[in-house]
Write a protein that binds this ligand. Structure first.
Ligand code: PSV
Ligand code: MN
Length: 390
């Protein structure tokens, strides 16, 4: 049990350490990371406190540098490695009508070239994941031909896929709306899955927990993707109304537990394709911390993930199977409730003791003086409105 708790690795995102906000306002915080080096040192601190966050996702061009070898070394000096490379296909003026699905061939070529650059970066920094999210879609019925958009996107994705070296995974992220408010080119897991099937085995679906409509059964999506062997990874965060990017598990801890319940069960599935898929899922956080202190928010997120995972490990699977076989609806349900209502803290404390770290990472952060030090050294940026890294 403790070994399984400590085996779960969580990747933190570079963009979660910088100033971010809504379209209404970006509140600048003292000490917020301004450069990729500062983001990597914050991520290093999160890893020292939690013991389970040894890699950091980057976003290009927000985190682009001239010398990737020295960035890789700098990261290693902070005790972390560079993880998933995220191309940015939404911030150039050319992308107003989309990137890989844009009606203009010139824009599609630009977008493909950007992803190819990200593949090269992944190779340079030793990353095994390129994680693709398209902001492509339309705002009005009739704005573009929906099937043509899909064909353009597929053709571009094929070109991208053929440039992947062996061992590099292409994660395909879907989102049901925003910034397209009428249609989104990759709106759901099924569309993403069909695309991945067409591309090949190195393409897998990424589930961003905030990218579903109200009430969608995300744990069932997770179960289905595991069953077809194409769940590649997660972007964890919490939502209440839209893609809120709040701290994972803050508004929906039971949902997070149910997601982990599927993952833990699949890790032990008798079908090797399913257990193999479950064991190599990439667990990543994708959050923006607008009003909360960023390093502390990241540590809290990791703790929430570990709590949900530990509770899922506590599910009495043989009693569950038994109750399901007998059709004992409520006893089966109670098995889950009992695990969810258990106190996972003693297990997590023991797990941390074994890693030689403080059992309470939040208290350790608060007494470390780290936040005061970065506030002193980095100061506070001017307030702006806009998007992180813009
Ligand atoms: C889009 O909403 C998204 O979830 C994608 O993963 C982007 O890369 C990320 O957010 C940017 O913050
Ligand atoms: Mn995401």
């Amino acid at each position: 049990m403790i070994d399984r708790i400590n085996a779960l690795r969580v990747e933190t995102p570079s963009w979660g350490y910088g100033n971010s906000g809504t379209r209404f306002k970006v509140f600048a915080q003292s000490g917020a990371a301004r450069t990729i080096e500062e983001k990597l040192s914050d991520a290093g601190m999160v890893n020292r406190l939690t013991g389970v966050c040894p890699s950091v996702a980057i976003h290009i061009p927000w985190d682009r540098v001239d010398d990737w070898d020295s960035l890789r070394q700098f990261a290693a000096g902070q005790g972390v490695a560079i993880g998933a490379v995220n191309p940015n296909l939404f911030q150039d003026d050319e992308y107003m009508l989309g990137s890989l699905g844009n009606p203009s061939a010139a824009t599609r070529i630009r977008a493909v070239n950007h992803v190819l650059e990200c593949i090269e970066i992944a190779k340079r920094v030793g990353s095994s994941i390129v994680s693709l999210w398209l902001a492509d879609g339309t705002n009005y019925p009739g704005q573009d031909d929906l099937r043509s958009r899909r064909r353009r996107m597929r053709a571009c994705l094929r070109e991208i896929y053929s440039a992947l070296p062996g061992g590099l995974r292409l994660l395909v992220e879907y989102k049901f709306f925003e910034p397209g408010f009428y249609s989104t080119d990759l709106p759901d897991w099924g569309t993403a899955y069909v695309i991945c099937l067409e591309l090949g085995l190195q393409a897998e679906v990424l589930v961003d927990t905030g990218h579903h409509a109200q009430g969608v059964n995300v744990e069932q999506i997770v179960a289905q993707l595991l069953d077809v062997g194409r769940l590649g990874g997660f972007h964890f965060n919490a939502r209440k109304y839209a893609d809120d990017d709040l701290i994972v598990g803050s508004t929906n801890p039971f949902e997070l537990f149910l997601i982990f319940n599927e993952l833990v069960a699949a890790e032990d599935d008798h079908d090797a394709a399913v257990s193999g898929c479950a064991r190599k899922v990439a667990y990543m956080i994708d959050q923006s911390h607008n009003i909360e202190p960023k390093v502390e928010a990241m540590v809290q997120s990791v703790i929430n993930i570990q709590t949900a995972h530990a509770k899922a490990l506590l599910v009495d699977r043989s009693r569950l199977r038994d109750a399901q076989r007998k059709g004992d609806v409520l006893d089966a349900h109670r098995v889950l409730l009992e695990a969810y209502e258990s106190d996972a803290r003693p297990l997590l404390h023991e797990a941390r003791r074994r890693l030689g770290i403080d059992v309470d990472p939040i208290a350790a952060l608060r007494t470390s003086g780290y936040s005061d030090r970065i506030a002193r050294e980095r100061g506070k940026a001017a307030s702006t409105s806009g998007y992180p890294g813009a």
